[in-house]
Ligand binder design. Structure first.
Ligand code: NAP
Length: 272
């Protein structure tokens, strides 16, 4: 590991409201790691390697809209990030930039803990970066994903690429699955009264996970609980994707309970 204080950051646009500096900075302090973690808004992905070089950074988190656009500027890319087509983690060692994806591990971990993945069927709402991470992770753990998307062309293309089934969103009533996972932004702050599927469908699904984590309890999760489903909130994915980044950068085990508490308290404050 590099000697002296290490510098990390999250790059995105917008990025001012990112909870990563609070969560990962808090974890570093608890772990007694001498490191700073800040947020940088960058217009273009090509600015990310330049800034990392300029500040001699050890690593970075990448968020919307740069997760795919940054890939051509990296020296190496992990198999999982290449397959998902998105990098959310960069590690810089001796000036060389390595890209990884921890969104899929962040999503898989709470699913494994809650209901298990092997042999189970998962309906994934959406066909963007988060959906691709979900489909990759579910296949990797021996589950069967079904893509359900608003735009058929995009959903079909992703389904073909990964070798799974596709259903248009307007036919969501036909879903049969052990767990429904929302990877669309529907229901995210400030549109908290929106939900991607009708409550009638939820009565037939035992588990519902939302990847949206602001608010902590989305309308989808509230509807699901009302319909008798068991639920997994998006904060679990957010905490575990960040925890995996810390493992990659430091080789040390991060304090996930503290990280969960930091994010939970911040989001609870914001809704007061
Ligand atoms: P993305 O690439 O833009 O994909 C968004 C997907 O949502 C698309 O398939 C889009 O469908 C669908 N969609 C958007 N608006 C919709 C609507 N009104 N009705 C139905 N479908 C709609 O975005 P992404 O990178 O996958 O991120 C999606 C969300 O995942 C984020 O907003 C975030 O909340 C969540 N996320 C959470 C974590 C975490 O750590 N918890 C990490 C990553 C992402 P079309 O193809 O029809 O446009």
């Amino acid at each position: 590991m590099k000697q002296g204080s290490r510098t990390f950051a999250v790059f995105g646009n917008p990025v001012a409201h990112s909870l990563s500096p609070l969560m990962i900075g808090g974890a570093f302090r608890e772990m007694k790691i001498d490191a700073s973690y800040r947020a940088f808004r960058v217009e273009a992905a090509r600015d990310i390697p330049l800034k990392m070089e300029e500040l001699d950074m050890s690593g970075a988190s990448i968020t919307i809209p740069h997760k795919t656009a940054v890939m051509p500027y990296l020296d190496t890319i992990s198999d999982s990030a290449a397959r998902i087509g998105a990098v959310n983690t960069i590690t810089r060692v001796n000036g060389s930039l390595g890209g990884d994806n921890t969104d899929w591990t962040g999503l898989v971990r709470p699913l494994k803990e809650a209901l298990g993945i092997r042999g189970k069927r998962f309906a994934v709402l959406g066909a963007g970066g988060a959906a691709r991470a979900a489909v990759y992770g579910i296949f990797n753990e021996g589950g069967t994903p079904l893509i359900v998307n608003r735009t058929a062309q995009r959903g079909e293309a992703v389904a073909r690429e990964f070798g799974c089934d596709f259903l248009p969103l307007e036919e969501a009533g036909r879903i049969t699955a052990d767990c429904l996972i929302n990877t669309t932004p529907v229901g995210m702050f400030p549109h908290m009264d929106e939900t991607p599927v009708g409550a009638d469908l939820l009565e037939r699904v035992p588990w519902v996970m939302d990847t949206v984590y602001n608010p902590l309890q989305t309308k989808l999760l509230k509807d699901a609980a009302g319909a008798g489903c068991r639920t997994i909130a998006g904060i679990a994915m957010f905490v575990h994707q960040g925890a995996e980044q810390i493992r990659i950068w430091t080789g040390m085990e991060p304090p996930t309970s503290l990280m969960d508490r930091i994010v939970r308290e911040k989001l609870s404050d914001d809704t007061d």
